[in-house]
Design a protein around this ligand. Structure first.
Ligand code: COI
Length: 355
């Protein structure tokens, strides 16, 4: 597909990367493509980053028919730019599309759009340690219509922003609170998709947890509120008695993270025993109490590998690994980011060059 490019005539000043807040400064351009029933995806274009014009009745505002993705472009020491497993994000968005009744963006056009946009805004890919260009593709319903049904028109948009660490704590351990009243996802719902509605539903409990001094909420399952699911901005993994235990994604209530999948592959390649299974909150708390909970960390594109130093459950606080980054957590961070920034070999063939 041809992508029309309208370059900006007023390039923006780039922000300082020193302590840059996540998701705040956006690059010069954005990708747009429309979908119209009967015509399919059309008018692929890159235009200067700026406001979109939508009718107040655009269906996304009322019925939340919207999905998104998150991936990153990395600058190597040689100054080249590469993506990390972009097809995993593309395919996950196709699975989200199916659930939200949104027409899927074809994989080849999607990849072409990502590469073309990143190449055009290549000066926005930072080179400072621990930085990257975060890429946010999203699709939403645009029909000006009130009434709940599947829309007939959509907009696919990709914006990018230079980022450092997601959490203000940087690579220091974060505190998370197990949520025992509200739930993020239910069986048969949208938990496995990356739709805005999942995040909107998480805000009430997350905000309350933040006010109590926690970075995030750790969600339990929506049926029995017994099993660990995910944090919302990241999947979770625990090292208990030498084994790696992480909630399974099979019940479709947990987001199948790309970083999660990659971390599990790396851990298995190092010979770790990895269990993807139901992990009850009682089992986790027992491990914290009897000293077998050795390390805990979150995985996500934004969060990368984020050590968890404190878990709170029903007003009791449990410190993990003396609130220090664990040896395995650090090794996993160094290895995954080493591959992403091209500092070490990529034995799995995960990086995709852009320019
Ligand atoms: C990502 O990790 O890319 C996400 O979309 C998580 C979001 C909370 C920033």
């Amino acid at each position: 597909m041809d992508i029309t490019i309208h370059k900006t005539t007023a390039p923006k000043q780039k922000p300082s990367m020193d302590g840059i807040p996540f998701g705040t400064y956006f690059s010069d351009h954005m990708f747009l493509m429309n979908y119209t029933e009967g015509q399919g995806w059309h008018d692929a274009r890159i235009v200067p980053y700026g406001p979109l014009t939508l009718e107040p009745t655009a269906m996304v505002f009322h019925y939340a028919q919207e999905i998104f993705e998150g991936l990153k472009a990395y600058r190597t020491a040689e100054g080249k730019i590469q993506l990390f497993r972009p097809n995993e994000n593309i395919r996950r968005m196709i699975r989200s599309s199916e659930k939200l009744c949104i027409p899927p963006v074809p994989e080849d056009i999607y990849l072409q759009a990502l590469k073309t946009l990143v190449e055009l805004d290549q000066d926005w890919v930072p080179s400072e340690p621990d930085t990257s260009l975060y890429i946010r593709p999203f699709v939403f319903a645009t029909d000006p219509h009130l009434g709940v049904h599947v829309a007939h028109t959509y907009l696919f948009c990709i914006v990018t922003c230079p980022v450092g660490c997601y959490y203000p704590e940087g690579l220091n351990p974060v505190k998370i609170a197990i949520e025992s009243r509200e739930v993020r996802a239910v069986r048969g719902g949208t938990g496995y998709t990356k739709c805005g509605g999942n995040y909107a539903a998480s805000l009430h409990a997350s905000d309350a947890a933040e006010k109590r001094g926690f970075s995030q909420v750790l969600w339990l399952d929506g049926v029995e509120q017994k099993y660990i699911e995910e944090v919302g901005s990241m999947n979770v993994m625990f090292k208990i008695g030498g084994k790696i235990i992480t909630p399974s994604v099979e019940k479709l209530t947990v987001l199948p993270g790309v970083t999660r999948k990659s971390a599990l592959t790396v851990l298995k390649s190092w010979g770790y025993e990895v269990e993807e299974r139901d992990l009850s909150v009682d089992e986790l708390i027992a491990a914290a109490e009897n000293g077998t909970l050795e390390e805990a960390w979150g995985t996500g594109t934004a969060a990368v590998i984020s050590p968890i130093g404190e878990i709170s459950y029903k007003s009791k606080k449990y410190t993990v690994n003396n609130f220090e980054i664990g040896e395995l957590t650090q090794k996993l961070y160094d290895t995954l980011t080493g591959i992403q920034w091209g500092k070490i070999d990529d034995p799995f063939g995960w990086v995709v060059p852009v320019c």
